[in-house]
Ligand binder design. Structure first.
Ligand code: BGC
Length: 820
């Protein structure tokens, strides 16, 4: 492989070399047919493989989000998820997934928290390695992103993250380091932001010194989409590929920089070598001008079973108090006649966060549907109880338990600037947010095209409904016979159109939208956003309370959705919007047997938990949401998830919050190492639910901690073991967490840090041994002066816990200096 890469380097012309260093379109690296070099295709990531289109195209399996996967604490499962993603890549004709996202939960407000695994770098690293191994052992590639300190969306394209060196090394870079050193990740995506004033995409420190020279990265470095800001500096710093294409800073600009000597040909060759190497790994180095495979969706039952298993494994039972002497969960189907499933996302489920992590799921099983299927003979009633719609919302028809279960929006593409005659292509999509990436070209390369979208909208509530369309393109909207027009040829005269109609609940109206892509230029992507502002009736909560009081148990699904948690925008607080807190309080007052399910990708404020017996954190669980939730609610599987992130009482308790979101183009990571539980420990702040917390339906007894050696030194390892016995009446899962504390540290260190964990599955009366190996890095800190990792001689304490605050065993050991 290496030989062929070198041979090709000798055969490529200068222009061909330059062409390989910028995307061909949004997802492809250019081919060089003359030399048989095929095109590598990349695809988002991380909760599925979307394929080339944002709005249309075949469906994609929708996986649990990053926090949900992390909450499984199950590396074996995550590796199987990675293998399933490789199969999804295959179905989309793609070679490389743009995932996993391993930025840390510095602040829960960060719009992409749901996409990232954890506040803890060690947990993130283990899961990233498992995810990447799963993908890459199946012959596809992964892209660890976004390098680095891309921990919020505030001014995300420009902000400079000012991170103290130790925090950068010990926290933010650590998952990347593991992805490179341990999993041999094929690609790294640089972050949009700057670090210490320099754009990540042109940081020699990050890309060349740390990633390549120190960690030995031998793969490809690409920029985030439109995150390349220069030609020579980025190329010299080590950025191989500008994405997407056609490139702005490569192409002729790079050719000129090579001609002028600003970019030496040896550097150019290094960049090209990385692209060829990726093509070799992807198996397209000699693929030639092979026809690009058409994308498809595989309705694979094995993969669907895995989606359900993974989703259920990440649900965290936060509390489960008794009512009338018995814990509320698991629900016992035979004891139930009627269940009220309440909440704004109970029937219209929130299955994913927003932004580039979106996939078009083939279906979405709602909590109502999942419970109804799992409880035959039990009456399952539903009331939304509240609305979390954030103003006008897109029309989303994914909400059906089976593929094709509800009609979608019909989209027909036409050649020319008016949708007329015979369509050149047609499809059915599930969302009224249309993003058309360059290269779609339904009418042929560069030719103008137009679209007609039709759909029937059925009102959920009585009242005034305002339909609107926003776009930079020409648009025209009909709602029944009413029309609103922005078809002007003058770009400035386009914009938002809207039509308001009175509807009664259950009444349907036909919608028709026309748009045309005529004068935007081939490189500009189109966005047409059709929304509806629905009335919110005043009696939603009253009706929910009535349903709850007439039921044996009330399951209240509260939370957020992709309009609240999304790439591009941080939250402004941790509240549950739309009167959901009031809903919870009123429902539990009406029926003490109430379970609250929090359907949000990141922590929300939970001031109400003391009134509620049972609470689950259910994240965004993908298309199998309702089935997975029913599995846990009914105890078909144990509640085995554990929090990968601290749930605070209040936003202000988060140590980083004092420095968030930054000012004057900079965000100072002033909390340093005190991110997540490290900060709660150090500052003595009580968490609502600590990192690592989660209850099981069974009970465990923990034996004494034993260490394989009381002293360890350079090159050595120590095995930490602890027996765990299932002393309850049913099978269950325990997650044993091993933290290390540097008792005699000469530098400030967090009170303890996670360095190992095991998820054990135990049958009743079974004893298993949780065993974790610690090595030098488990004891070390980053020493800026020595520019390396240092484990200081002296005493360390090993703390074994079932959360960051439930420590069930301890042992001391000494780290010994090397004999001099
Ligand atoms: C995101 C990346 C994503 C890329 C391609 C960017 O906006 O930050 O995570 O992979 O778009 O969709």
């Amino acid at each position: 492989m290496g030989d062929r890469v070198e041979e090709l380097l000798g055969e490529l012309t200068l222009d061909e070399k330059v062409s390989l260093l910028g995307g061909e379109d949004w997802w492809h690296i250019p081919a060089v047919p003359r030399l048989g070099i095929g095109s590598v295709k990349v695809s988002d990531g991380p909760a599925g493989v979307r394929g080339a289109e944002h709005s249309g195209g075949p469906h994609s399996a929708s996986f649990p989000c990053g926090t949900a996967l992390a909450a499984t604490w199950d590396v074996e499962l995550i590796e199987r998820v990675g293998a399933a993603l490789a199969a999804e890549l295959d179905s989309k004709g793609a070679h490389v997934i743009l995932a996993p996202t391993v930025n840390l939960h510095r602040s829960p407000l960060a719009g992409r928290s749901f996409e990232c695994f954890s506040e803890d770098p060690f947990l993130s690293a283990r899961l990233a390695v498992a995810y990447i191994n799963g993908v890459q052992r199946s012959g596809k590639g992964a892209t660890v992103k976004h390098l680095v300190a891309n921990d919020s969306e505030h001014e995300r394209m420009t902000i400079s993250s000012e991170v103290p060196e130790r925090a950068l090394r010990e926290l933010y870079l650590l998952p990347f380091e593991a992805a490179v050193r341990e999993a041999g990740v094929w690609c790294v995506m640089t972050a949009y932001n700057r670090v210490a004033g320099t754009y990540c995409s042109e940081s020699t420190d990050l890309i060349t010194d740390i990633l390549r020279d120190e960690w030995g990265f031998d793969g490809l470095v690409m920029s985030d989409w439109y995150g390349t800001h220069s030609t020579a500096p980025a190329t010299l710093a080590g950025l191989d590929l500008e994405m997407p294409g056609p490139p702005e800073n490569r192409g002729p600009a790079l050719r000129a920089a090579v001609d002028s000597g600003e970019v030496p040909t040896s550097v150019l060759d290094d960049r090209v070598r990385a692209v060829l190497q990726l093509a070799a790994r992807a198996g397209v180095l000699e693929a030639g001008a092979a026809e690009r495979p058409t994308e498809r969706y595989d309705h694979d039952l094995g993969r669907i079973a895995l989606l359900r298993e993974a989703a259920a494994s990440g649900i965290v039972l936060l509390q489960n108090d008794p009512v009338d002497g018995r814990p509320v969960l698991p629900l016992v189907g035979t004891a139930l006649d009627r269940v009220a499933v309440i909440g704004p996302t109970a029937a219209l489920p929130s299955i994913e966060g927003g932004g580039s992590a979106h996939v078009s799921a083939p279906y979405a099983v709602s909590p109502v549907e999942g419970l109804a299927a799992a409880l035959p003979g039990v009456e399952v009633v539903h009331e939304p109880g509240a609305s979390i719609r954030r103003g006008a919302t897109t029309i989303d028809t994914t909400w059906a338990a089976t593929e094709g279960g509800r009609p979608g929006l019909s989209v027909r593409y036409f050649a020319g600037d008016e949708p007329a005659g015979s369509p050149v292509r047609d499809e059915v999509v599930t969302s009224s947010l249309f993003r058309w990436f360059p290269g779609l070209d339904p009418a042929g390369p560069g030719a103008p095209w137009s679209v007609e979208v039709t759909a029937d909208f059925t009102a959920a509530f009585d009242g005034l409904h305002t339909f609107s369309v926003r776009s930079a393109d020409r648009v025209r909207l009909w709602v029944s016979d009413e029309v609103a027009d922005a078809w002007s040829p003058e770009p400035g005269e386009r914009g938002t159109v809207s039509v308001a109609v009175e509807l009664r609940a259950g009444e349907s109206v036909p919608l028709r939208l026309h748009t045309a892509r005529v004068d935007q230029g081939p490189d500009v992507w189109g966005q047409v956003d059709m929304r509806v502002l629905e009335p919110v009736p005043g009696d939603l909560a009253d009706r929910a309370v009535a349903a709850a009081s007439a039921a044996d148990v009330a399951v209240v699904v509260v939370g957020l959705d992709s309009s609240w948690e999304t790439e591009g925008r941080d939250r402004t607080d941790l509240s549950l919007p739309g009167g959901q807190v009031d809903l919870v309080r009123r429902v539990v007052a009406a029926n003490p047997r109430t379970v609250v399910v929090v359907n949000a990708g990141a922590p929300v404020e939970m001031g109400w938990v003391d009134d509620v017996p049972a609470v689950l954190q259910a994240w965004y669980l993908g298309q199998e949401t309702g089935n997975a939730l029913a599995d846990v609610l009914l105890g078909v599987v144990d509640a085995g998830g554990r929090l990968p992130t601290t749930i605070p009482h209040h936003l202000a308790d988060i140590p980083a919050q004092a420095h968030y979101p930054g000012a004057d183009g900079q965000v100072h990571y002033g909390e340093g190492l005190l991110v997540g539980y490290r900060g709660f420990d150090e500052l003595g702040i009580d968490a609502r639910y600590p990192f690592g917390h989660g209850l099981s339906y069974t009970a465990f007894e923990h034996g004494a901690v034993s260490l394989s050696t009381p002293t360890v030194g350079p090159g050595g390892t120590v095995e930490v073991s602890l027996p765990v016995t299932n002393v309850g009446g049913r099978a269950g899962d325990q997650v044993v967490q091993v933290y290390v504390s540097d008792v005699e540290a000469s530098v400030p260190r967090p009170p303890k840090e996670l360095k190992g964990f095991v998820r054990l599955h135990l049958e009743p009366a079974e004893t298993g041994v949780a065993s974790v190996t610690l090595d030098e890095r488990s004891f070390a800190f980053w020493d800026p002066e020595a520019h390396g990792w240092t484990a200081e001689p002296g005493e360390f304490e090993v703390l074994v816990g079932t959360s960051a605050t439930e420590i069930v065993g301890r042992a001391s050991l000494r780290w010994e200096a090397p004999a001099s």
